[in-house]
Design a protein around this ligand. Structure first.
Ligand SMILES: NC(=O)c1ccc[n+]([C@@H]2O[C@H](COP(=O)([O-])OP(=O)(O)OC[C@H]3O[C@@H](n4cnc5c(N)ncnc54)[C@H](OP(=O)(O)O)[C@@H]3O)[C@@H](O)[C@H]2O)c1
Length: 334
């Protein structure tokens, strides 16, 4: 891919900021960096320019909780009229101790996916992704399973119990954190990242043939602000203990490098979720082969739920097949 224009969401701190810095160092011509407010985005752009000594950062206001903000950002990008080669959908958060819903009634840690969906579909519709564009969205190891304190909801069982087996309704309930969903912050986060993995697979089936999308976990990197909203047990007990265990933490640069690595992957592994090996939270990324991630019905249910909640659909000329894509190991595999 020609290193031309990248767009990084959530670049005001942590991994988005580190990724934008790495992209500049790797010679990208322009990096659009977003913040919830224009002042924050401008500050991030200025800081990144000072850090890298490159004047390649363009600030863009983007609050993923607010559809009007996504629309304004899209209008700005349409006005510029230059297609994006690398769309890095990084923004996200570990949610609050108490349940927080956005004005649109979406649970806070699910909201970035809804905004990212609106942004991505808007760019696709406006022809503002280059023919070989790469899209990377931030996933996390809890979607894979095997993460203490962060287990995801068994969606088929939840659908059977509360939604007459309707998995789309079940995923929609998780995105809105109700009805029939007890708020457990860590589970909400695990569910948000699982739905991201499913959405990624469904989007891959709808993209034009040269483009590709991957969900990528940056892995554990606790020197960011990711748990700033979480409860004290996670912030002041769990994370400090985890930091003492070798291999449980990595620098933001090392974590952000995973996004850049994935941006070089081929279309053959489009739609897959890349994360640390089972039982690990750092180290090389590999395509995740767990059956729950490759269930075509869950993937399409997640897509439809996101469409319902966001009010935005995207269907290619040829309808997407609901069957799961073939499972192939990615270039990051062992
Ligand atoms: N750090 C880790 O250990 C780790 C592990 C696995 C996955 N991840 C994922 O990596 C991504 C980046 O996290 P991080 O560690 O860099 O955290 P961070 O330092 O808190 O940065 C998150 C960024 O996302 C932005 N953001 C969050 N919600 C937003 C929204 N609704 N609208 C617009 N911007 C929003 C934040 O903006 P504000 O400052 O304005 O809130 C901030 O710029 C997240 O998706 C996270 O889930 C992180």
């Amino acid at each position: 891919m020609e290193h031309s224009i990248a767009l990084v969401t959530g670049a005001t701190s942590g991994l988005g900021h580190a990724a934008a810095r790495l992209l500049a160092k790797e010679g990208w011509h322009e990096i659009i960096v977003t913040g919830r407010g224009l002042a924050g985005a401008q500050q991030a752009a200025a800081q990144l320019a000072a850090e890298t000594k490159r004047q390649v950062f363009t600030p863009l206001e983007l609050d993923l909780n607010a559809p009007t903000s996504v629309q304004s950002a899209l209008a700005e990008l349409v006005k510029r009229g230059r297609p994006v080669d690398f769309l890095l959908l990084n923004a996200g958060l570990v949610p609050y101790k108490k349940r927080v819903l956005t004005a649109a009634g979406i649970e806070a840690s699910q909201a970035p996916l809804i905004g990212h969906h609106q942004l991505t579909v808007g760019l696709l519709r406006a022809n503002l992704l280059s023919p070989n564009a790469r899209i990377v969205i931030a996933g996390a190891e809890p979607a894979r399973g095997g993460v203490p304190l962060f287990s995801y909801t068994d969606v088929p069982a939840f659908a059977a119990k509360h939604h007459q087996g309707d998995q789309t309704a079940a995923v929609e309930a998780l995105i809105r954190n109700g009805p029939n969903v007890k708020y457990v912050p860590n589970r909400a986060y695990a569910d948000a990242k699982l739905i991201i993995a499913w959405w990624t697979a469904a989007l891959a089936r709808r993209l034009p043939s040269g483009m590709a999308v991957y969900a990528v976990s940056p892995g554990a990197s606790t020197d960011t602000k990711v748990v700033r909203s979480a409860g004290p047990a996670l912030k002041y007990l769990f994370i400090p203990i985890v930091n003492l265990i070798p291999g449980m933490n990595q620098t933001p640069e090392t974590a952000a490098r995973r996004y850049l690595q994935a941006s070089e992957f081929g279309t053959d592994v489009s739609g897959q979720f890349f994360a640390s090996a089972q039982g690990k939270f750092t180290g090389p990324i590999e395509a995740q082969l767990h059956p729950h991630l490759h269930d075509g019905a869950n993937q399409e249910a997640a897509w439809q739920a996101v469409v319902n909640v966001s009010g935005v659909n995207f269907e290619p000329a040829k309808p997407a097949s609901p069957s799961a894509p073939p499972i192939t190991k990615g270039p990051g595999g062992p």
